[in-house]
Each structure stands twice: as structure tokens, then as C-alpha cells.
Design a protein. Sequence first.
Length: 250
Amino acid sequence: MDSLTVAAASGMRARLESLEMLANNLANAATAGYKSDREFYSLYVAPEALNPALEGFGSAPATLPVIQGHWTDFYQGTLTPTGNPLDLALSGKGFFAADGPGGQLYTRNGSLRLSPAGILTTPEGYPLRTLERTPIQAQPGLPLEISTDGVVRQGGQALGQLAIVDFAQPAGLGKFGKNYFRAVDPRSVPQPAGGVEVHQGKLESSNVGAPESAVRLISILRQFEMLQKAMTIGADMGRRAVEEVARVTP
């Protein structure tokens, strides 16, 4: 396979990965507390390029564009009033902590629920963690009051304080399930968040910019079309080269 076709195929693969990531962002543009994903690029360098002894032999060693990895944009979304006392939003850096089925999970989605047993949970039913390391046990049917520091009260009685945590290196968090994060790096240890406020009756909107994402979507599709044409040109050049060689008479 010629270098033009290889480079175009590598670029198309990178564009497909970008398209998949962008489509997931757009699908979650209305998801409370969702944080968008972005990509960063690198070049794949063929082993021949690192071997000086092979310099000057054959075709030039390949350097191909690839997506090296994804990173999450933790920029805060807009706080939107909902009027629901079980909707909470965080202003500042930090996450709500919950006890998931496989360990601690973290989220910015404060659309909470009160279970039939009176336990304050996430939408998926995971109990929220508190500084007291006990779940919030409330009486169903009675209103809850939640202060900016995360203290939950009912009927004037404090039921506990929500654990709002942060990470020195958010890059050590990986997405998990429905709008959750978990620590994938052992060095990522949760710490009490500083300078963060809890707002009752509000939700944090997704930080996906729909107009920007739409422009990027069009750009990616156009790039994919250009690379597809390049592959077609490369295949046509190869076909013509074979035909010319076939015409040579001994």
C-alpha cells in the first residue's frame, strides 16, 4: 500500500474517533452536570524512522496522524433554576460523592431522589456520601433544606453534611456509567473541596456548546470527505501504474 493511501486511511480513522466522541457530546448536551470530552493528537512514527541505518533505503518512513487520547473538559456549566428542592448544583470545583456498586463514584449531576426508605440517592439509586460516612436518612413527605455548605436539614434538625470532594489531578478520573466518574489513577485521592457552594433548587447544565459542536461536526465531515478522495486518488494512481507496467513489452 502506498504512503498516500496509508496516511489518508490513518487520518480517516482519527476523524471517525473524533466523530464518535463529538456525537456522544451532542447526545448529552441536555444532561445535567455532563462534562464534554475532547481529543489530543500525536504522530505515529514508523520504527524505520528511528533507525539511522535504514535512512535512504526505500520509501520515506511513515509518520501518521493518530488520536493519542481523550481528555475531559471540567469547565463549569450554567446553573439553571428548577424549583425542585431535591435538585442541587455545585458552584466551584468539586463533585458529589456516592457509594456505587463497585466503590466510590463522583458526579456533578445533582438531580437527587429520595428512596421509599427515605435515603437521599442519585438518580440511579446510589446513596450519597456524607462527612459522617452515613447516608442521609430523611422522612418521606417532609421538605428538606440544604444549605450552601451541604448540610441537610429536615424540620430544623440536621441530618448530615454532604461530602463534596475534589482532586488535585482531575485527569486521574475516568468516566463511568451514566454521568459518573471514578478514580482510575491510584494517586487520585479525593480531598474536601474548597470554595464550593451547594445551590438548592438548581441544576448545572451540560458544558457542551451545541453551536461549537455543530461547527466541529461539519468540519470533521468535510475533512473525512477530503481524506476519502485522497484514498480514491491513491487507488487510481496504483491502478494506472499497474496498467502502464502491463503495457511494457519485453
